[in-house]
Design a protein around this ligand. Structure first.
Ligand code: NAD
Length: 514
């Protein structure tokens, strides 16, 4: 691909060579943290830099957010929804440049960058509707002339800590729902993709200003996690921490938030599998597997990592897969012919190399790929050829999530065995089964089927829609965000009983006269 000049796109997104990393809505601060530069994994070039947030700046932001919450919670929810509606309109205007920045800074291909911004737009639309549907139940009281109901109140500050692989959508899933719920948000993005976070805040600032939204409702703290991580997780001012990232860091988040009995939504690693039965449409399965395994260069939490195939289709499907893998166009994420972009950085490449060595050591058979690419087009050192390996499910390396394009093939004889293999990993995020046989599909979705938070039929493991509640079980953390009734985690639930009689009857018929 010919060299790209990214400056016009930075300009369109109102980004400078040096950007402040702290924002309280419309006000930006150059701060006391260390200056950090962002380089594109596609060509290794410097994009721009961010002055990070220091601990003192963080405490100032929290004070501003606490003050903002007092007034924001009193704005009627549909009016808060109106602000979100306008954010959605503004994001539509910036879909292309923001999609390009996501692609250039993180390394996912441009189509996926556009898709990520589309997810932000979709969740805005969803949240606008939700703003008129923050429903509680009403119950019949056991006492005469008493009324009972439950209602949902705003919770306070929601701390959103996001992973590098979804630089903008994860914030939107959380922040748009939190906004209509009457909460205020403090976002700590991944240091690998700060520019995307700054760009998003520049886009929404206009809407906040036009609607006189108080300073402190939407905040950005681009901070070094070593400087701020524990402070934020332990901060009693933050009743809810929504953390998206690795299981390793997620366990620490769970512990620190749990110690103060705060609430956390943990969206952690996956080890997602697709079962392919003898009744599968193999052409459909092929497209789903390839998109799931090599999309975002294997760096989605929902990436397909294991294929559990019936022995009768194993060889045929394996050959089809290998044929596709050997022709995959690998290159610059912004090149429209590319299907596999780079890994995010050299650490990720090292993880890929180490995993391949461990697969071999444990007895696995590499059937294609597994090499780091060299040459002029790959001079950033971040390109790899996606790998397929034949393994056994119990290998230590197979039990782990390697955040890279390595696909494991495993053979099975009976559906019962396939489901047992499927569930026999520590993680429980996304899963799928390909079959046109109802007995197989319903078994997979039943109580004795997949143990994951997401279970699909004839659809791959990645590419979830925002309308469903997103999240997983076991070491994936148990959190749910985005659609369905996930909004309830962002609100404080209250049961109310009102006595409109002239007596004071006690519940359970207890007699107590004074
Ligand atoms: P990560 O755990 O390294 O980082 C996640 C966030 O935590 C980042 O903002 C990072 O700056 C911060 N962080 C890192 N170390 C920290 C520390 N010691 N203390 C405090 N904060 C710290 O994860 P990553 O590499 O950015 O993302 C990849 C991981 O995220 C994968 O495991 C992937 O499966 C997971 N993920 C899960 C979901 C989901 O919804 N389940 C979605 C996307 C990514």
């Amino acid at each position: 691909m010919k060299e790209i000049d990214f400056k016009p796109i930075l300009k369109e997104l109102h980004l400078e060579a040096k950007n402040p990393g702290v924002c309280t809505g419309t006000e930006w601060k150059y701060t006391t943290g260390k200056f950090i530069e962002s380089f594109s994994p596609s060509d290794g070039k410097l994009i721009a830099g961010v002055q990070q947030c220091g601990v003192e700046d963080y405490h100032e932001v929290i004070e501003t957010a606490k003050e903002a919450f007092k007034s924001w919670r009193m704005v009627p929810a549909p009016k808060r929804g109106e602000v979100v509606r306008q954010i959605g309109l503004e994001l539509r205007k910036y879909k292309e440049p923001l999609g390009k920045l996501v692609s250039y800074e993180m390394g996912k291909i441009y189509q996926e960058g556009l898709g990520e911004v589309q997810e932000m737009i979709d969740i805005c639309d969803f949240a606008v509707g939700q703003s008129r549907q923050l429903y509680g139940f009403t119950m019949h009281s056991e006492r005469a002339k008493h009324r009972m109901y439950d209602q949902y109140h705003p919770l306070g500050i929601v701390g959103v800590v996001s992973a590098f692989n979804f630089p903008v959508a994860v914030w939107a899933w959380n922040a748009m729902i939190a906004l209509v719920a009457g909460d205020v948000v403090v976002w700590k993005p991944s240091s690998k993709v700060y520019l995307c976070a700054v760009a998003v805040h520049k886009i929404v600032a206009k809407v906040l200003k036009e609607n006189s939204v108080p300073e402190g409702v939407l905040n950005l703290v681009a901070a070094d996690s070593k400087v701020l991580g524990d402070t934020l997780f332990s901060d009693k001012n933050i009743p809810l921490v929504s953390f998206t990232g690795s299981t390793r860091i997620g366990k620490k988040v769970g512990r620190l938030v749990g110690e103060r009995l705060g609430r956390s939504i943990l969206e952690l690693g996956g080890n997602n599998a697709i079962i392919i039965t003898p009744n599968a449409d193999l052409e459909m399965a092929l497209r789903a597997v390839v998109f799931g395994a090599v999309g975002t260069c294997g760096q989605r939490c929902t990436s397909t990592r294991r294929i559990i195939m019936h022995e009768s289709v194993y060889e045929t499907f394996k050959q089809k897969l290998v044929a596709v893998y050997e022709k995959l166009p690998i290159g610059h994420a912004l090149d429209e012919t590319t299907l596999v972009g780079p890994l995010v950085d050299n650490w990720a490449v090292q993880d890929f190399r180490n995993a391949i060595e461990r697969v071999k050591k444990e007895g696995g058979n590499i059937i294609t790929g597994g090499k780091v690419l060299e040459g002029e087009d790959y001079s950033s050192g971040t390109y790899v050829r996606p790998c397929i390996a034949e393994v056994e499910n119990h290998y230590d390396i197979v039990q782990e999530e390697t955040f890279a394009p390595i696909l494991y093939l495993i053979k099975y004889k009976t559906l019962e065995e396939a489901i047992q293999i499927h569930n026999d990993v520590p993680q429980g995020l996304s899963s799928a089964l390909f079959s046109t046989n109802m007995l197989e599909t319903e078994t997979f979705l039943s109580h004795e089927g997949s143990d994951c938070g997401i279970a699909n039929i004839n659809i791959g493991t990645s590419g979830a829609e925002i309308g469903g509640a997103f999240g997983g079980e076991k070491e994936t953390g148990g959190g749910r965000e985005s659609g369905s009734d996930a909004w309830k985690a962002y609100m404080r639930r209250q049961t109310n009983t009102i006595n409109f009689s002239t007596e004071l009857p006690l519940a359970q018929g207890i007699e107590f006269s004074v």
